[in-house]
Design a protein around this ligand. Structure first.
Ligand SMILES: [Zn+2]
Length: 548
């Protein structure tokens, strides 16, 4: 039954990483397990091969190479390991040996703990190899791949109809092209929002400009009669447009989900669970503008009684409790009493102190800082760019590099699998491989390829996104050039420049009222610029105020 002339190889491997935590994998343990197994199953002519301190990610190991040499000389009958990962963690090569080389030299391969035995059949064997493959994948990637797998519209094809502003590409189904006339209106709506107008105001503004509503526009295009009140925009359609991510040029599928296939109700998905692929069509709205509008929409500005709203409403935050500062206005002749207080202050009944700050003071210091930033950036744009990139990159660089490296690996692996499938085919044609086995193996490899393709698309999207952050720098420099000689602030300028302002409680210990205010710029969020520390951290000394 067993060819006792031939050698039985018991192969043990331990890498340095394995040593620390896995006593069960110690060489001694493997040796004992394998020897016991061999003896109880009637194997003799045993040869134990050991690779101590070698990683399983490649086969450059003296023990395993010695074994392969014996296999090629036709001297080996059986090769036994404790589990697949002891043999190797490189799926591709493992597959080549266990599925092609060993069978062709009539070597029976056994991985005891994985239930793999080539003489018994490969049903479990292939599963084990696939498990190995999973092990080889970084955990988070497989999670990502799974998230992407749910989604069929992977290629950047849209699932739904194009929104107002786009039209279906007549040449490619599922792709969109810009509809210039409607796109201009979309861009206009975003501009109005950046200028501080709410949906209601935008709707009225468009009506005044006699802009056709979306419904009227479609009717006109189809040559149908216009609906009643063709310029009467309603707030919901404005909100719908402002929240549409696709205007930035991306594909965004999976925006909603249902809890069960039995339930009809669609629930909005979290952003992280949506399927977003950048740059699938021409953008109508730059990404930074879109992001800014979402920020603004989060800080919905409620008009105060006096029908006036603060220039900084929604942008000011309390340094102590993190709440927003509310705008308040008092009747006075010169309007100087416009001010902000912490939302938790509640006229002294809340949990926080007032953090009182006057609007005109903020207006003055903000303008001053914007002018200073402009001057700094313009004085030496290249230096500023380098500085910015240096800070930004320090954290990012590694991960971008890792992403690119992984991308390269995945692409190479994809090619390797192509070659392997080709080789399988040849083996099948030459009669080295049964049709059944060929089908099973090629199906396995192809499904792995599919997974790799998804991962590649995912990684590419991520790398692009990282690179897009660099575009933020260009946006900021463009902004600086746009407002070269800004002498007065308005809502648009404030919204374009400022992400938020953190207001500290005044310190009166010096006898003066000293209040610290931190400005966080748009586009440069969370990036500290060493040469600009004073700009991010400013102080204003005021005379003691009765009102504070
Ligand atoms: Zn507070």
């Amino acid at each position: 039954m067993l060819d006792q002339q031939k050698i039985t190889i018991l192969y043990c491997r331990l890498s340095n990483e394995d040593q620390s935590d896995q006593e069960s994998n110690s060489i001694q343990n493997q040796r004992t397990l394998l020897t016991t197994y061999a003896q109880s199953h009637g194997y003799n002519n045993i040869k134990v091969l050991v690779d101590d301190g070698y990683t399983g990610t490649n086969f450059n190991r003296p023990g395993v190479q010695e074994g392969f040499e014996l296999v090629k000389q036709g001297l080996v009958g059986t090769w036994i390991v404790k589990d697949m990962s002891r043999f190797g963690r490189d799926y591709l090569t493992v597959g080549q040996y266990t599925e092609l080389i060993f069978p062709s030299f009539d070597v029976r391969f056994i991985a005891i703990n994985d239930g793999v035995d080539s003489a018994v059949g490969d049903t479990d064997g292939f599963t084990a190899i696939r498990n190995l493959f999973n092990e080889w994948y970084p955990k988070d990637t497989s999670k990502k791949v799974r998230a992407v797998l749910r989604q069929k519209g992977m290629s950047g094809q849209h699932i739904g109809k194009p929104p107002y502003g786009y039209q279906e590409d007549p040449e490619r189904k599922g792709y969109w092209i810009v509809d210039p006339e409607a796109a201009a209106v979309v861009a206009h709506i975003f501009d109005l929002s950046i200028a501080g107008k709410g949906p209601d105001q935008i709707a009225r503004h468009l009506e005044k400009e006699q802009v056709l509503t979306t419904r009227a526009y479609y009717a006109k295009r189809k040559g149908k009669p216009l609906p009643d009140k063709p310029h009467h925009w309603n707030n919901n359609s404005i909100v719908g447009i402002l929240e549409r991510r696709e205007y930035t040029g991306c594909t965004c599928n999976f925006k909603t989900y249902s809890k069960s296939y039995k339930l009809k109700k669609r629930i909005p998905n979290d952003e992280k669970d949506m399927f977003i692929l950048e740059d699938t069509q021409e953008a109508i709205v730059p990404k930074v503008v879109w992001d800014r509008v979402q920020e603004l929409r989060k800080n919905k500005r409620r008009p105060v009684k006096a029908q006036r709203q603060g220039l900084f409403s929604g942008l000011l935050f309390c340094s102590d409790c993190g709440s927003k500062l509310h705008f308040a206005t008092c009747k006075s002749f010169d309007g100087k009493q416009d001010h902000y207080v912490c939302a938790q202050y509640k006229s002294g009944r809340g949990d926080c102190s007032a953090h009182y700050i006057r609007e005109d003071v903020l207006r003055e210091i903000t303008l001053e800082r914007i002018q200073a930033v402009n001057a700094y950036v313009r004085q030496d744009v290249e230096h500023f760019r380098e500085e910015w990139l240096r800070c930004r990159r320090k954290d990012q660089e590694r991960s971008i590099r890792d992403g690119q490296k992984r991308l390269k690996q995945a692409k190479k692996r994809l090619d390797d699998l192509d070659r392997l499938i080709q080789r399988l085919y040849e083996d099948q044609v030459l009669g080295n491989l049964s049709m059944e086995r060929y089908k099973k193996m090629s199906a396995g490899y192809e499904s792995e390829q599919e997974q790799l393709r998804l991962e590649i698309a995912d990684l590419e999207g991520w790398v692009n996104q990282q690179q897009e952050m660099d575009d933020n720098l260009d946006s900021f420099i463009a902004l600086v050039n746009k407002y070269v000689d800004v002498t007065e602030l308005n809502q648009t300028i404030v919204n374009e420049y400022i992400h938020k302002i953190i207001v500290h409680a005044p310190d009166k210990s010096s006898g003066h009222r000293v209040q610290k205010v931190e400005i966080v710029w748009n586009f440069l969020e969370e990036v500290g610029i060493p040469s600009l520390p004073t700009i991010l951290n400013i102080q204003k000394t005021l005379k003691a105020q009765k009102t504070a």
